[in-house]
Design a protein around this ligand. Structure first.
Ligand SMILES: Cc1cc2nc3c(=O)[nH]c(=O)nc-3n(C[C@H](O)[C@H](O)[C@H](O)COP(=O)(O)O)c2cc1C
Length: 487
């Protein structure tokens, strides 16, 4: 067993930090270092005090927020009562992933680096700040940093001379052991398995609900390059319920012709059973659910809709079509009928999405947690749903402000006026509505990532830059400014 153990802990919202961490794991194995790669919240944080060598790979999400899979760790590590010597045995390095067009560039990595130093950890090298904005992407910073990192690590923990580094091009030892079984183990078919379920049990990963597909419809225009689909499943009798913002986990399965082709290519017998065991505990997640043979039937396995998005596996529920509760619609927001394009800035399930006039027609009172009152809307491409929200949500005389990257024509279709102002973001030529007199407009920023979308500007609000930044921070603190965006 190689020594010492290098621990790579990641916080990742959309998978990039996880990919980088897995790359670190592979590179460590080439250097004969034992390595464990884990999400920060899956690691028992109290054990950190015994770790000699830890690389933290952390993305920043939201407006300078930690990704969901490191939120518990984040709360723990910033506890005030942690002694300043807690991590004095630890050598560490922090690799951040971020985007310099956001106001809080790589905020999580920077804050974590400072905190680890406060707790007595020794930094092996300055932190790495990966930047999406670099023309070569985050790798421009990561590649040279990794080069320095391995040098430092190997100076501290040299590879035994007789072993040497495994050169690139030579495959690494497999992470799994594969064993063919003489006889097929006794298992229940999927249908029998589901039939044995207590009908009171909510669907789960072990007891999924088999939902027949009732429609599969292309929602992008016929000439559009993306084939985006709205798929409906019949969930009658499942006991499932869902609401705006929920996501659903669907277990897809291989289709028979693909399985046959795969078996032919690899010379496998599709009826032969085998076990696949991870060699190291970290591989356990990847081993789960390996299954070669297709199963009969046209149903998908639908699990309980989950309240949180998580990398991989989950699909957001669109909000349109909710007038038919036993049907579970899975897909994107409806595309703009004129262009066939999907609106990308605001995700399905956002409060604005619920305002889709073709949907159930109900509009949430306010964005999540916000007190009632004036509302500021940001929309990359305002569409009918945004307009509907404006019409239904805004008080007749209250100030409201819609900012968008492209808002030409957004003043049409009966927006309540006066008192509701439409202001352009960058690229919004030809905007028709001007701010109504007396509207307290925060100002307009450049269109782009949400952080820079709404930095109140001197030109619009008469504020100095620090005052404008403080104004925005105050809006966020009091939940008066919330964003839900897709990159
Ligand atoms: C919704 C959203 C919010 C983001 N917020 C920030 C931010 O505040 N600061 C920053 O430096 N990068 C921000 N980013 C950029 C991400 O940190 C960057 O794309 C990173 O590579 C994502 O890593 P992940 O896939 O592991 O989550 C944001 C990205 C998205 C999609």
């Amino acid at each position: 067993m190689p020594t010492p153990r290098l621990l790579v802990l990641f916080g990742s919202q959309t998978g990039t930090a996880q990919d980088v961490s897995e790359r670190l794991g592979r590179e460590a194995r080439r250097r004969r270092l034992g390595c464990l790669v884990q999400a920060l919240d899956s690691y028992p944080v109290v054990n950190l005090i015994n770790e000699p060598l830890v690389i933290f790979v952390c993305a920043t999400t939201g407006q300078g927020d930690p990704p969901d899979n490191m939120k518990n760790f984040w709360r723990f590590i910033f506890r005030k009562n942690l002694p300043s010597t807690s991590l004095c045995q630890m050598d560490f390095a922090v690799l951040g992933l971020g985007d310099s067009s956001y106001a809080k560039f790589n905020f999580v990595a920077k804050k974590l680096h400072r905190r680890l130093l406060q707790l007595g950890g020794s930094a092996l090298l300055p932190m790495c700040l990966g930047d999406d904005q670099h023309e070569l992407g985050p790798d421009a910073a990561i590649d040279p940093w990794l080069h320095d990192l391995w040098k430092k690590v190997l100076d501290l923990h040299p590879v035994p001379l007789d072993l040497g580094i495994i050169p690139t091009g030579i495959p690494l030892p497999s992470k799994f052991t594969l064993q063919f079984l003489e006889e097929a183990p006794v298992t229940h078919s999927e249908e029998q398995h589901v039939a044995r379920m207590d009908p009171q049990d909510p669907p789960s990963e072990l007891h999924p609900f088999l939902a027949p597909m009732v429609s599969n419809q292309r929602v992008t225009g016929p000439l559009h390059f993306q084939d985006v689909r709205l798929i409906e499943f019949d969930i009658t009798g499942s006991g499932l319920s869902f609401t705006a913002g929920d996501v659903v986990l669907i277990q897809p399965k291989n289709i028979a012709p693909h399985v046959q082709q795969f078996c032919q290519l690899l010379g496998l017998d599709p009826d032969q059973c085998f076990t696949l065991q991870p060699r190291e505990p970290a591989g356990a997640r990847e081993a789960a659910g390996v299954q070669l043979c297709p199963r009969p039937g046209g149903a998908v396995r639908v699990l309980q809709p989950a309240p949180q998005d998580s990398p991989g596996g989950f699909v957001r529920l669109p909000t349109h079509g909710w007038s038919h509760p036993p049907r579970l619609p899975v897909g994107p927001r409806p595309p703009d009928p004129a262009t066939g394009l999907l609106h990308r800035l605001l995700p399905a399930g956002s409060p604005l999405e619920a305002a889709d006039p073709r949907g159930c027609g109900a509009v949430p009172d306010t964005p999540q947690g916000a007190p009632p009152g004036p509302l500021l809307l940001l929309a990359g491409v305002p569409g009918p749903w945004t307009r509907k929200l404006l019409v239904l949500r805004l008080p007749p005389a209250g100030p409201g402000l819609l900012l968008g990257a492209r808002v030409e024509g957004a003043g049409e279709e009966g927006l309540p006026d006066p008192g509701h102002s439409l202001l352009p973001g960058a690229g919004a030529e030809g905007v028709r509505a001007a701010p109504a007199p007396g509207t307290r407009a925060a100002g307009v920023g450049a269109a782009g990532p949400p952080g820079c979308l709404l930095l109140p500007r001197r030109e619009e609000g008469g504020l100095s830059s620090p005052d404008a930044a403080a104004y925005l921070a105050r809006l966020q603190r009091t939940l008066r400014f919330q964003t839900e965006t897709w990159a």
